[in-house]
Write a protein that binds this ligand. Structure first.
Ligand code: FNR
Length: 182
């Protein structure tokens, strides 16, 4: 069966450059994946008081992620860490501990920002968080410094060497994710 890929974008901004990058990466994955973009912008702030009767949006979110074999996270960096909206979603998914949706899933982490180091510091934090949650975080790295001409009008990566780099990145990730889910 085709790999079911949860795509989690760490931005709730309509014009998000990370959403654009995530769509381009799904394009590079082609028909190897059945991609599901996971909604996180309607999750309430995590509150343990809500455990026991979790809000509907939270249950939708956790079952969407749980139904997938692997996770692709594409996130901006906020103040040299990950955006609060993403951390909030990760926290919901991590509880209760015996239903942690991140455990055992092949997880690729990337992201883009206009800054020169392209989310590198935020990605280190995310790598640590997903690792302690039992995610099988891919080695390698992809820090994408966003330039206005990076993504073409049709949504594909417009810069050839970046496209080739990201194709290899996705191929490596999917090779591992397919093995793990076999
Ligand atoms: C930023 N931005 C940013 N960029 C970066 O490279 N390193 C950083 O630490 C930060 N910090 C930061 C904090 C906050 C609160 C905001 C709102 C923004 C800029 C950020 O990369 C830029 O807004 C991107 O466009 C965000 O990605 P999306 O939302 O377009 O996907």
């Amino acid at each position: 069966a085709k790999l079911k890929l949860a795509v989690v974008v760490g931005s709730n901004r309509t014009g998000s450059i990370n959403l654009k990058l995530a769509k381009a990466l799904v394009g590079l994955a082609g028909d190897r994946v059945d991609a599901r973009f996971i909604q996180i912008d309607d999750l309430p702030l995590y509150n343990m008081d809500l455990e026991g009767s979790r809000p509907e949006a939270v249950n939708r979110f956790t079952s969407d992620v749980a139904a997938c074999d692997a996770v692709l996270m594409v996130t901006p960096e906020h103040n040299r860490s990950i955006p609060a909206v993403l951390k909030n979603a990760i926290d919901w998914g991590s509880k209760p501990m015996d239903k942690n949706v991140w455990r055992g899933k092949a997880t690729a982490i990337t992201g883009t920002s206009p800054g020169a180091i392209g989310t590198a510091v935020g990605q280190q934090h995310l790598r640590q968080i997903m690792g302690i949650l039992g995610g099988l975080v891919m080695g390698g790295e992809a820090y994408i410094a966003f330039k206005p001409d990076l993504i073409a009008d049709d949504g594909s990566i417009a810069i050839d060497d970046t496209k080739a780099f990201l194709q290899t990145y996705m191929d490596n990730f999917l090779n591992v994710a397919e093995k793990l889910s076999a």
